[in-house]
Ligand binder design. Structure first.
Ligand SMILES: C[S@@+](CC[C@H](N)C(=O)[O-])C[C@H]1O[C@@H](n2cnc3c(N)ncnc32)[C@H](O)[C@@H]1O
Length: 392
């Protein structure tokens, strides 16, 4: 990939479609989106959920007719492509795997292979290490040592207890330092030592930026939680010429992208959004503005709409349950729900591009510092979607 060319093309595309990513679509308009998105949303609203999934996940355009929409999808697909680094899955000690999710096991298995194949370092610094599972796997059966740095003392204590109980042979190979990293020139460890490999596995939000800015000699950085960024991006000179800044909504979109992989995922999303959106339409009809609900409980979606509405918008208690459920079941409401829910797929297709913008900007910054950094996808989308790794 020509990183600079891709970065500029993504920037142009995201600029052109700012309407889609800047705000949630419900906030854009009461009834319909502006041109050309209105026509596109009408076309999407006719799709079955499985076709919508194929569109969002695989950029499948077979069911589409609108030429401009097809072009949008194909361009989003082209710009989203990233080389996959095919890595075998290293076998982990069953003691390390204890109580780990399949997702975390997958990530660690791939990273152990990556480090074994590409790096000969004996010392690792594991930033945002949490309990230190990655370091356990990297030091177990290897002549390596690791320093785990994390701000969360509780997680570190749990990691030390796990080592004490199940992996005592690692006690002398792993060290835990509790520290909150706040700036790129003030680390509690020597990050510039050429003998040291820095790793940040899902070092969330600004921590991944700080690792990139710390002038490491060798780094593996897999970022996540872009919504926690507060302008800690646009690092490269190329981006600074005319930087693109994202809204909180857009950063959240990046942090969650590729999360819809199965029909079940899409069904669950539909269950949540149909109530949330219908509540929004009703409040709008009542002359109220957009409200953010926070996290509803999964069981709320198994009850009827009236139960949900009254729980999250107590002002609806003045209406009967019958009135609220009729509002929900009404053809017009259902049509509008399909329209806005399915238009969400247009937005979803931009999430990976925002993630790529942020990662390519970091990579270009590193290249400007004469680092031979590369960007790969290293985890399976369906297991761990925050899978872009900057490696050098
Ligand atoms: C998403 S978790 C990842 C944990 C571990 N690497 C893993 O993959 O399981 C991110 C970790 O980074 C730590 N963290 C976030 N920001 C930090 C900072 N500025 N300084 C130190 N630790 C930080 C958090 O406490 C958390 O344990």
């Amino acid at each position: 990939m020509d990183y600079k060319e891709r970065f500029l093309a993504i920037k142009k595309f995201l600029n052109e479609h700012q309407y889609l990513h800047e705000l949630e679509l419900l906030e854009r308009s009461k009834d319909e989106l502006s041109t050309p998105y209105h026509q596109w949303a009408l076309e999407l609203s006719k799709l079955e959920l499985n076709d919508l999934l194929k569109l969002e996940r695989d950029f499948e355009t077979q069911r589409l007719a609108n030429f401009d929409l097809i072009h949008f999808v194909k361009e989003a697909q082209r710009l989203s492509e990233v080389a996959t680094l095919k890595l075998a899955s290293s076998k982990l000690s069953p003691f390390i795997e204890r109580k780990l999710t399949p997702k975390k096991i997958h990530e660690i298995q791939k990273l152990v292979t990556l480090v074994d194949q590409k790096f000969t370092h004996k010392n690792i610094i594991d930033f945002g290490s949490g309990m230190g599972h990655l370091s356990m796997a990297l030091t177990c059966h290897h002549h390596r040592t690791s320093v785990c740095v994390d701000m969360d003392a509780n997680l570190q204590k749990k990691g030390q207890e796990k080592i004490q109980r199940w992996l005592p042979e690692l006690k002398n190979k792993m060290q835990f330092i509790q520290s909150k990293i706040l700036n790129a020139h003030d680390f509690p460890v020597d990050v510039k030592n050429p003998e040291t490999l820095l790793i940040g596995l899902h070092a969330c939000g600004p921590l991944s930026t700080l690792l990139v800015q710390s002038s490491p000699t060798h780094l593996i950085s897999i970022a996540c939680c872009y919504h926690k960024l507060n302008r800690e991006y646009n690092l490269s000179k190329i981006s600074q010429k005319n930087p693109l800044w994202f809204s909180g909504h857009a950063l959240t979109l990046a942090a969650k992208c590729l999360g819809t992989q199965t029909e079940n995922d899409l069904q669950l999303k539909w269950q949540v959004k149909r109530y949330r959106y219908a509540l929004h339409f009703l409040l709008q009809q009542e002359g109220q503005s957009f409200v953010s609900l926070g996290n509803a409980h999964a069981s709320d979606y198994h009850n009827d709409f009236a139960h949900y509405g009254k729980k999250y918008a107590p002002e609806l208690n003045k209406f009967s349950d019958q009135f609220l459920n009729d509002f929900f079941a009404n053809d017009k409401t259902q049509e509008k729900l399909q329209y806005f829910f399915k238009a969400g797929t247009l937005r979803a297709m931009l999430g990976r591009l925002i993630e790529l913008y942020i990662n390519l900007d970091r990579l270009l910054y590193l290249q400007e510092q004469a680092k031979e950094a590369q960007l790969f996808k290293i985890f399976d989308d369906s297991i761990s979607p925050r899978n872009l790794a900057i490696v050098f």
